[in-house]
Design a binder for this molecule. Structure first.
Ligand SMILES: Nc1ncnc2c1ncn2[C@@H]1O[C@H](COP(=O)(O)OP(=O)(O)O)[C@@H](O)[C@H]1O
Ligand SMILES: O=C(O)C1=C[C@@H](OP(=O)(O)O)[C@@H](O)[C@H](O)C1
Ligand SMILES: [Mg+2]
Length: 168
């Protein structure tokens, strides 16, 4: 079982902070988006364009299920992963940290580049809409919440590592 699973919206820092948390804890780091891309041999943006979002969600659900069973370090999910009911149910019993962030910090961090297809059109409005819909899901699955607003990667990673460092 992973030591900690990171959830939160795009730009909350799951992928970047997760790698630092893993270093601090001396464990491996696994990003489910990177695993989906490696297995498909294509970027997430290409999977969205060529096969559509439902096809990506199917790949994501399968990869998250595998990672929750097989990985034992830090696991970062994609921002939409916990919205899937199967994935939400599978997160029960795991140590899950919700990296919270507001639109101002997320916009500064992500720049809303084309690599995040859901934010390609009207990025700020799309991000706010996604976050409004998903916040209840993040709050339901989280065992801990860390506010990342105005805080750098090292500070956030240090707090996450302290929160979960004593967990078995
Ligand atoms: N706490 C932070 N402070 C400043 N920049 C950050 C922070 N967390 C992440 N970033 C930067 O924001 C961008 C998006 O981070 P990323 O880890 O990909 O987020 P996510 O995986 O949650 O979408 C990256 O360029 C990263 O370096
Ligand atoms: O919010 C989403 O639905 C998505 C977030 C992305 O991951 P990050 O949250 O790591 O950017 C990636 O999984 C895909 O573009 C879909
Ligand atoms: Mg990410």
């Amino acid at each position: 079982m992973p030591r900690v699973v990171l959830v939160g919206p795009p730009g909350s820092g799951k992928s970047t902070t997760g790698a630092t948390v893993a270093e601090l804890l001396g464990v491996g780091f696994h990003d489910t988006d990177a695993a989906v891309e490696a297995a498909a041999g294509r970027s997430i943006a290409d999977i969205f364009v060529e096969d559509g979002e439902p096809a990506f969600r199917d790949l994501e659900r399968a990869e998250v299920s595998r990672a929750l069973a097989a990985e034992d370090g830090v696991v970062a999910l994609g921002g939409g992963a916990p919205v899937d009911p199967t994935t939400e149910a599978a997160l029960a019993g795991h140590t899950v940290v919700f990296l919270d962030v507001g639109i101002a910090d997320a916009a500064k961090r992500v720049g809303f580049a084309a690599s995040r297809p859901l934010l390609a059109v009207n990025p700020r409005a799309s991000w706010v809409r996604l976050m409004e819909a998903r916040r209840p899901v993040y709050e339901r699955v989280a065992t801990h919440t860390v506010d990342t607003a105005g805080r750098g990667v090292d500070e956030v990673a240090g707090e996450v590592a302290r929160l979960v460092g004593t967990d078995p």
